[in-house]
Design a protein around this ligand. Sequence first.
Ligand SMILES: CC(C)(COP(=O)(O)OP(=O)(O)OC[C@H]1O[C@@H](n2cnc3c(N)ncnc32)[C@H](O)[C@@H]1OP(=O)(O)O)[C@@H](O)C(=O)NCCC(=O)NCCS
Length: 189
Amino acid sequence: MDTITDPTAAPANQGYPVIRPERIDGSDTGAIRALTAEAFAHADHATGSEAQIIDALRDAGALRYSLVAVHAGRIVGHAAASPVTLDPSDDGWWYGIGPVSVHPDFQRQGTGSGLMRALLDLLIVYGATGAVLLGDPTLYARFGFAAREGLVKADLPPEQAASFQALRLDGRTGCPQATVTYHPAFDVD
Ligand SMILES: CC(C)(COP(=O)(O)OP(=O)(O)OC[C@H]1O[C@@H](n2cnc3c(N)ncnc32)[C@H](O)[C@@H]1OP(=O)(O)O)[C@@H](O)C(=O)NCCC(=O)NCCS
């Protein structure tokens, strides 16, 4: 008899998180806030305001995409995307990805990658031109993100330039030469 080889990384018989949109009735917001604080409490580069940024984006109607990963009824991961502006404008729709969080107990099991892939799929389906993010290039190169000559984030210190990465999502090649500004919700300290 032929054997079936499971090509996925999901651990056998332990279940895996389901990825779904944040509920619009507000019932996920507390869990997202707590998860984000917990995940970033262990991150070197954290500012401590990541959970506040998500709340501010939501309040401003700018939390355009908000996905949660749910394991056994508990929110264990979250990924957000919000519109960014380009100067000069390229007439496209660009989004900033982040914050992205996975609870420390669930990290390194593929949840963060699953959230990223689901988010990128959504952005493509809904016609985004491209996405940008700030993060460790070794984490995001696997999705196609890279620093792009001439596409820079406003007010980013030069020593962090390599952390600002972009990915075109509309099937065209090349990235605009522009300065990218995130939503003012990111300015909270
Ligand atoms: C970054 C983060 C979302 C990744 O989530 P995750 O579920 O652990 O990611 P995955 O299991 O899909 O791992 C993807 C890859 O990233 C690597 N990775 C995950 N966390 C890492 C970390 N903190 N440092 C370095 N590499 C890491 C994994 O080893 C894996 O690589 P591999 O496939 O070569 O082994 C999670 O570690 C997290 O919440 N960190 C704190 C918050 C943060 O830094 N968010 C990102 C900036 S917005």
